[in-house]
Design a protein around this ligand. Sequence first.
Ligand code: ADP
Ligand code: MG
Length: 714
Amino acid sequence: MDCINEYSPVTVLAGVGKARAASYAKLGIETLGDLIRHYPRAYENRGDVCLLADARIDGKSAVILTVATEPKSVRLRSHKSFLKFRAFDDSGSCEIVYFNQDYLKNQFPVGSVFRFFGKVERNGKRFSMSSPVAEAWTETAYLPPLWAVYRMTEGLSPKQITKDIAAALALLSVEKDDPLPLALRERRSLCMLAYAERNIHRPDSWQSLAIARRRLVYDEFFCFALGAAMTHAVSKRHGAPICANGDVKELTAMLPYRLTNAQERAIADIRRDMAQDVPMSRIVVGDVGCGKTVCAAAALLIAVKNGRQAALMAPTEILARQHYADLAPIFTSLGISCALLIGATSAAEKRRIKAALNAADPDARLSVVIGTHALLSDGVSFAAPGLVVTDEQHRFGARQRALLSEKNAHAHLLVMSATPIPRSLALVLYGDLDLSKIDEMPPGRQRVDTFVVDESYRTRLNGFIRKQAEAGGQVYVVCPAVEERETASDELELCDILPDGTRKEEQPPLKAAVKYAEELQAVFPEYRVGFLHGKMKSAEKDAVMQAFSAGKMQILVSTTVIEVGVNVPNACLMIVENAERFGLSQLHQLRGRVGRGTRKSYCVLVTGGTGEVSERSRARLDTMRTTYDGYAIAEQDLIQRGPGDFLGSSADGAVRQSGGLTFRLADAGEDSSILTDATADARALLASDPTLAAYPSLASRVSAMFDINEGLIS
Ligand code: ADP
Ligand code: MG
């Protein structure tokens, strides 16, 4: 028993055996530290006691009742039984029932008083409660007012979790040396860690809960900022291939347009970075349609011209295919080999690509590979790695981001983001990546006029579609759901959790893409209507996208799989069905699919036929109608919806943690002032002590969180 610490397995706790440890593992809990950081999902307000007569009708209440009758056990057939007695307060009398818990029989002697917590049912003047929580109550006994409610899984009871967490806290309280430097704790008026951990689980009051939470949120941001900066520093210590030849004239000469000044600047930044022997880590941020792809192409070309290989990774198969379709002809005509590697690539082709990427002979070597996160899979390695570009990186999960930086320690890294990420969050997501901002649109772009309509406009809307198609334009129609949830193997789940936190399946029937495409085809027999969704086979998707790109199809009905990055400049009308179901950033991305060419473009947001549109959804649609600046929209999104979407996890707070890189408690939107403080403090601390040599417990916490061993703590 000599060295129990927060990294000890949960099985060191009395009563936690293999079975319970397995249940904990399902919640991602393996160590005592994990258990302590399994923070409550909510709190029951048991301290807010009321009279039976005033009990809530819509939820649980706490009442203090005196037991009036001897508990009676009633046997039912089928070995079931229940225990029944009456208890009262000044406002009435209540029947209390417990099912299959005969052993409670002696716990409720007549005349004893309890605080009961549960739902009070009312039938005329009669009250009843079924299996309420009961706590013995005396004038002097202290009963905690707030009770933690935890995320559960099979094989665990709330009682067990509460007990195990209390035991873990007691075991570890001995070794409590606070990892946060005292000076910081004082400057930011933060409580001690031991106090915070105790009070987050078993708060004495709302106030102590708030104090506890503030400290823990600070810690999450602080450790994250430290880890991000230190990882970055480690990668800077690795060498990277010097790409001194930064000439991209061959590329620009092939373009049908001139680069904007902002594009020129971004490419100059990239050229400068890649000529160094430290890895570039740069993010190019710019609103949808500003032309980031060509900057990526320039970077790929620079790597190849200097004898290195380059990879471009996109979050969806459709986007990867499109990048390949755009870039492969350019590279091929420059005599540069280029391949597409996605989940759907045939096994034989995958083998060929992997071998060619790894070829020792430079002449046989594949220079450019474009793909999805299939590029991260085992067996993909480069003989002469030079550059990795990720498009829309925030769409990748935390694990994939970590894997990417691990796999490419010695390569230059370029990140492109079309979803403008609020500054506060960019710090969290990208640590201290260098930033190139494309703040200028290619000339001739017009604003995409945006309208919000409901079902009653259907006929007029169809007329508008016809008008656009007759004039030679093309139309996207986006629906939120297909018959089933779309989780194609190679596609990340882009929109699994709806903006209000509920899951798709629980929603009323939505316009299904397939059915809707059929309807539209019937309305427009003279045009070709296609559809696209995540469950389709790759080749099918490809064929549809091809036909639409080539202008052979006028109307494309799809799910959100086209949300990110798709580029068909001739498309001029974006219709979003059940638009109230989408988040702001998603709507902005969708709108960004039109207005990419010279055609005057429109976006029509159609609200669903069934049910009311909530106030929040209204506000979102209003923002879309009046705001065209991607940054303003992203800020709004963060405020309205929280950071889940940006962080690549779901918007559902219950499953926010994944891979340790996201937050359990902190909310980068709500807690943004703590985020700012913690980030500044982390930088200052690292400036004086880059390896945290003077703070061993802080250092081990950060490295555990980031899963880094390599050279971080020396
Ligand atoms: P995003 O930044 O959203 O990735 P893309 O790179 O897909 O944007 O570019 C959008 C469209 O703008 C493409 O059709 C591209 O060919 C075009 N484009 C890019 N740069 C320019 C430019 N300087 N002038 C005119 N059109 C451009
Ligand atoms: Mg793009």
